[in-house]
Design a protein. Sequence first.
Length: 415
Amino acid sequence: MSNFRKWRRPSVALCVLTVVLAALTAGAACGPAESTDTSGQVPLVEINTAVREAIEALRAADGFPGVVVGYVLPDGRAASVAVGLSDAVAEIPMQVGDRMLSGSIGKTYVSAVTLQLVNEGLIGLDDPLSDWFGDEEWFGRIPNANDLTVRHLMTHTSGIPRHIFAEGFIPALIAEPDRVWKPEELLSYIFDVEPHFAAGEGFSYADTNYILVGMIIEKATGNTYYEELQSRILEPFELDETSPSDRPDLDGLIPGHLGENDPFGMPPQTIVNGRYAMNPQFEWTGGGLVTTAGDLALWTKVLYEKGAFDPSLWDQFVDSVPMAPGAPVSYGLGVMLRPSDWGMTYGHGGMMPGYLSEMEYFIDHELVVAVQINADQSSGTIHRAPHDLVGAAAGAILNSLARAGAPAKDEGATE
């Protein structure tokens, strides 16, 4: 783990000092101090200013409440920038430590845990699903059940429909907002439903696939998924601001903002009496985490620089299928490969009612950018994809480095 220590977040005292200083320039940012740097690196305060200006321009055009951008530079330095409001009603400024639900980005952690177990010989990517659940009475009711493998689930090539949008599921959420769901109850919404296609013959994104992967993790280890996540990912990589979204009362969760078109029947702000307005536990291994943009950036660095599982599995991890016929975006084992103005990226996006998140690694530049927005498309204040905010921040960072003549990577910065 020592290879990643150099870009860990700063101390609490330094973070507070940096936030206070940044607040004087109409935004909050947190990162290592720059004033005594003599190595020719671009000061983080200059990069933060460039990122803030780029994101504030998009916020002015769209009107979303707020956003936090976390990034890790090629030389290993990390920082976060907060823009706008965490609470648009109370007009509370956004802070870099504000936490939001990261939605389907949680699949990246599920993938890493699974690949660790593959390396340990406890799970096989080409294991038939019947090896794991063939003795369950419900197994034959899963679409394509007898033809599915773990790989089909992880690449969304199973043909299984999405249980979230199956008939009756959202009404059940609305009727029982505090309900604690069992995985089999989630699966029941796609029992006996026609598959979208034969196993391996197409792509159809579904949280349902990763619910099954989570069940396999628990069966393979004898532990809960969150126990495995904590011991394998969160603790070793010191992702201290990331935790399960397994209950409505989540420390540090700021309000998300919604509009009339929200299909989940949530209030205009997602936090009511200090609690998320429904139990986010239903998401589980389809996502299932609350975090900060800074922690997302740190995780992105670990994952896409081959630190989260044995590198011998990397080629299988990024072996991907198009997400639509002829589309430039493809999907591997819990990773999206997508072109950008700055070259190809690895990453993933996520949505939960009231929040949008995106994490991307710009391969050619070894640059990490993650964003979290405290609104979703139903709010009427988002007119672009989070990917566009990531691109704007990346452009600001890379242009700042280029203007200063900074090297693409500080080869002497590793431990």
